[in-house]
Each structure stands twice: as C-alpha cells, then as structure tokens.
Write a protein that binds this ligand. Structure first.
Ligand code: ADP
Ligand code: MG
Length: 345
C-alpha cells in the first residue's frame, strides 16, 4: 500500500521543482524595516546558504535596531542629541549614510532630504499601520517645520561624531535604508563566493550575476493594480520603485501619500510611482524617492543630476514615461505604451 503512495509524493515533488526553481536554489525570507525581504541564492551549497542566511538574519535585525526612525535605538538617540545642539557619537554606518545622503540631497536639489523626520512624524507616518486616518496636520505646524529648513547639509560628521547647526534636523532614513540593507546583503552574499542571487524587498530588487545564464526578470507594479511591465536586469543592478499608492493618510475628502516635498512640507501627488535602475540599491532608493518628489516637469532633469540613466514614472492616469536608457531594460505589459523622454542635450 505504501509504495505507490511514496511514488506519487516523489512525482509531485519533482513536478514542483521543475515548475519553480531548480533544486540548487536556496531562498529565505527576512523581515526588516516593515518589509519582507526574500533572498534567493543560485548555485549555493545548503551549508553555505545556511551560513549566509544566519549572517543576514543578524545583520538585518541589527540594522532595524540601529537605523529605525522611531523605534528607540541608535538613530533616535542621535536625533535627540541633534535636537539639543550637542555633538554626539554615532556608528560608522550612520556616518556613511549621512555622507551619502548629503550627496543625494545636493544632486536632487533638496528633493531627497532625510533630515525632515519631524515633518514625516507630523504627518503621522512614523507608524507601520497604514492607512493612517484622519485630517492632515494644522497648516501652521506644517509651515513652521518647513520654514526651519532642516537639511542633511546642516550636519557635520567628523570621525564618529555628528553635530547639527540646525536643531530642526531629525534624521529619517526611510527613503534610503531599504536600499542600503539590500546592498549590505549583496556584499555578504558576494563575499561568500556566490555569484548569482536576487534580493527582493517587496518589489525593490538587487540582482547579482544572472539567473542560469538569463537575465533576472522583475515585474513593475502598476499603481492602479496589476503589472505595468517587466524589467530584465543582470550583473548587480538595483531596481527600485517609490510609490505614493501604498502608504498614505486618508481622510473623508483626500489622500495624502507618505512621500513629502521638503520645500512645501506636504505630500506629493502627481507621480504615482517612479522606478529607477542603478548600480547599487542605496542610490536607486534615494533617486526613486527624489523622482516622485520632482514631479512631471522635473523628474528627467533630477534623474540626470543624480547620475541615473534608466528611470521611468507612472502617472495617476496610468501613462508611462521613461528615459531612453530605461528602454534597454523595460518591456511594457500588453496594451501599454511608453512615452520616451527626449535625451538630455
Ligand atoms: P517606499 O516606502 O515606497 O520604499 P521611499 O523609498 O520613497 O518609499 O521612502 C519613503 C519614506 O522616506 C517615507 O516613509 C519617509 O520616511 C521618508 N521620506 C518621505 N519624503 C522624503 C523625502 N522627500 N526625502 C527623503 N526621505 C523622505
Ligand atoms: Mg526610496
């Protein structure tokens, strides 16, 4: 009786393996910064994969503790010191994130700005519970925080010490931390000798090498549901999307998305989603946020200033606009068309 049953089970397993990934793929899921991160290693030995996953588990937990914008930890401790005008010691990692943030803030003309933590908190976005409900904050409160002009450029980092010339600065790495964590994971994977892998945090992806000789394929979600198309990437590229359709405040009359324009202190609406391809996740993450803020007029210029050749945006009405560089990777879904921006002069 038991022999045929075993046969059936074996066949089912074989069929499942053939339909999904070949048996030598190893994958694991982690939870960091409120997002599920899937790591898939191609061609790894099980013991090697286990060691990598154990390291990643520890490092993701550490980053969650040290980089979180509102759960008490290293960054909230630093923010308290910055608000009081005192010099404070911090980690080398936070020092690095501040330095890189300054570059992104400069290049994006202030559209990416991780120093607006007070504004993010005022809008109620320091929560994992979306949608936030209720009316927007008082106009005077928004204006006061905006006019205090917090900027990462107000920070001076020397060695492991940070001081702010502006007490309004509160760091919130929400627009960059996921990219940083994914890059970190890719460094761990590569240092262990694995050449082919994909790290996917809810659609924000970095690839290593290829997928058994083929490019990795990444779906680009449509803000109004379904997929807008697919991106084929290989060789360490990062593909990141920032959208204003998932995390927002909702009241009776309006929706207020979680990406804020630091220059107005208010959520931005015109670009529903921006997708960026870059050589690393940190840059791609910062740039995707900046392009949403930049809006329909400015996003191609801001992409160029940030050194991004492949970028696309999807508007609320579903129109897709892309740079010529994006067309090397992106194929629109059936029935979708792409309007290509002019190349930069
Ligand atoms: P997603 O959550 O879709 O990955 P982003 O990468 O764009 O989106 O990150 C959005 C988060 O970044 C917000 O929740 C907030 O913490 C922070 N943020 C909001 N506006 C800005 C901005 N203009 N510059 C930098 N960070 C921002
Ligand atoms: Mg981002």
């Amino acid at each position: 009786m038991s022999a045929p049953l075993r046969l059936v089970v074996t066949c089912l397993l074989a069929a499942a393996a053939a339909a999904c990934a070949p048996a030598v793929d190893e994958s694991a899921e982690f939870y960091v910064f409120g997002t599920l991160v899937e790591v898939r290693l191609s061609g790894a030995q099980p013991e090697q994969a286990e060691a990598i996953f154990a390291t990643l588990q520890q490092e993701f937990q550490r980053m969650h503790r040290e980089l979180h914008a509102w759960e008490p930890g290293e960054l909230t401790r630093l923010n308290a010191a910055l608000a009081s005008g005192e010099a404070a010691r911090t980690t080398a990692e936070i020092g690095t994130l501040i330095r890189r943030s300054k570059d992104y803030e400069r290049a994006s003309g202030g559209r990416f700005n991780p120093a607006i933590g007070k504004l993010v908190a005022l809008w109620g976005f320091h929560t994992s519970d979306f949608p936030v409900t209720g009316p927007p904050p008082a106009e005077a409160a928004i204006r006061a925080l905006r006019d205090a002009r917090p900027s990462s450029l107000d920070l001076e980092v020397s060695g492991d010490t940070v001081i702010s010339s502006n007490p309004a600065v509160q760091l919130d790495f929400g627009g960059i931390a996921k990219g940083y964590a994914i890059d970190f994971a890719c460094d761990v994977i590569r240092a262990s000798g694995i050449q082919d892998a994909i790290v996917n945090a809810g659609g924000d992806v970095r690839t290593l090498g290829d997928n058994r000789g083929k490019a990795w394929r990444i779906g680009v979600r449509d803000p109004s549901g379904g997929v807008a198309g697919g991106i084929e990437a290989r060789d360490g590229l990062a593909v990141f999307t920032s959208g204003n359709y998932e995390r927002f405040r909702q009241d009776a009359d309006a929706r207020y998305p979680h990406i804020l324009d630091p220059r107005t202190g208010r959520p931005v609406q015109a670009v529903a989603a921006a997708t960026v391809i870059a050589r690393n996740g940190t840059t791609a993450d910062a740039a995707a946020t900046a392009l949403v803020v930049a809006g329909p007029e400015d996003w191609p210029k801001v992409a160029e200033k940030m050194g991004i050749e492949a970028a696309m945006v999807i508007y609320a009405d579903g129109r897709i606009h892309a740079t010529p560089g994006m067309l090397e990777y992106f194929t629109p879904g059936e029935g979708r068309e792409v309007i290509v921006t002019e190349s930069a002069p």
